[in-house]
Design a protein around this ligand. Structure first.
Ligand code: KG4
Ligand code: ZN
Length: 358
């Protein structure tokens, strides 16, 4: 089985071809860094137009890279939500058009599910597994029980972790995209203990019994430290120390929240090989991966983190989610309406204040 995957839900235009045998035949990602840099963040209308400008060329290049024509495909999968709706519509309509023109099944992919299923593409992981989904728009702890079946045990009650990275980076004067630049800045700090002493930061929700997250207080605390520094361009040393202290605070709370979920997961499912998985853009963060690996080791769990290229948005994860559904005989109608909100667990209670992130 060969499926074309199309991703356009945020600022990456991406297309890929993946096989049912978990082979990635092509995987092209075009980041719109330059288009958004001047604004310090993603501008939805600019993103949608940039997807429109580049998507057709990128799809052709992905097909050429895979050495295939549309006739060789078994299906077309496109992100159909959640995300910035203008961009989602561009990719979804392109996918539907190819499916209609070549009489192929179309699969409307939930972007979050694609992140959630990535470890089955990279590591052939079996259900159930405990999943920390950390991206620019979401931070959730879920159990992946089966394709299309997810139990949400925790979510952010305010900002997502990626958003906290991006906004904190911006306050530190680091360029867009914030997450990777903040990580790079933190790496320049040679004394993390001194950094935490000089820039102490809160650990919101730490020690609570549930699995929810909160990051807005951490972001505000970064603001307070930045405001206390001399005005003007911040010194590179100060930024490195603040970034290092920030990563420690964020990792500490995430590990604490995941720790609660680990116990509940083992008690509820008693799995043969309990596995903790991290996915989504923030899963590219080296400090977070190391902290989660450490948690898994101390709790006798396996740990899976997809390669960094497959953690941030890409077309291969969309193609793979399409394959998972197609194998079960699922396909979608060509009048499927794009969904700006599309929770993985429709039964999970919405959190006050979490807005679209719930
Ligand atoms: O999954 P993703 O590519 O897009 C969404 O679905 O949101 O995640 C993007 C987020 C951004 O907030 C970005 O700053 C963050 O992932 N990110 C990182 C790193 N790489 C990407 N955050 C921290 N450290 C990184 N290395
Ligand atoms: Zn994503």
């Amino acid at each position: 089985m060969k499926v074309l995957g199309i991703e356009t839900s945020c600022d990456e235009t991406a297309a890929a071809v993946v096989t049912g045998g978990r082979e990635i035949l092509s995987n092209l990602v075009l980041s719109q860094l330059e288009e958004h840099r001047a604004f310090g963040g993603v501008v939805p209308e600019i993103a949608a137009r940039a997807h429109l400008d580049h998507l057709n060329t990128l799809i052709k290049a992905a097909m050429d890279d895979a050495g295939l024509t549309f006739k060789d495909l078994d299906g077309v999968a496109a992100t159909s939500g959640p995300g910035l709706i203008g961009g989602v519509m561009v990719g979804m309509m392109a996918g539907k058009a190819i499916a209609a023109a070549h009489d192929l099944p179309f699969i409307a992919v939930n972007h979050l599910e694609a992140h959630a299923l990535t470890p089955r593409l990279t590591d052939d992981l079996e259900f159930p597994y405990l999943l920390l989904l950390v991206s620019g728009g979401h931070t959730q702890l879920l159990v992946a029980e089966d394709v299309g079946v997810y139990r949400r045990w925790g979510t952010t009650i305010d900002d997502a972790a990626g958003e906290c990275f991006d906004k904190s980076a911006k306050m530190m004067g680091l360029p867009y995209p914030g997450g990777p630049n903040l990580e790079r800045a933190a790496r320049a700090c040679t004394d993390n203990a001194a950094a935490q002493k000089r820039f102490p930061l809160p650990r919101p929700m730490f020690g609570r019994k549930d699995c929810d997250f909160s990051f807005s207080g951490l972001k505000t605390a970064v603001r307070v430290h930045v405001d206390a520094l001399p005005e003007g361009q911040l010194k590179a040393d100060d930024v490195a120390m603040l970034a290092s202290s920030f990563e420690s605070a964020l990792c500490d709370v995430i590990v604490d929240r995941c720790g609660n979920a680990v116990q509940r997961f083992i008690d509820t499912y008693n799995p043969k090989t309990p596995t903790l998985v991290v996915s989504g853009g923030v899963a590219a963060n080296t400090a977070l991966r190391a902290a989660l690996q450490n948690l898994a080791t101390t709790r006798n769990m396996a740990f899976v983190a997809p390669p960094q290229k497959l953690c941030s948005d890409n077309g291969a994860m969309i193609a793979w989610a399409g394959i998972e559904h197609l194998r079960l005989g699922h396909k979608d109608r060509l009048d499927f309406a794009a969904r700006p909100r599309w929770p993985l667990d429709p039964e999970a209670e919405p959190k006050r204040g979490a807005g679209v992130k719930a």
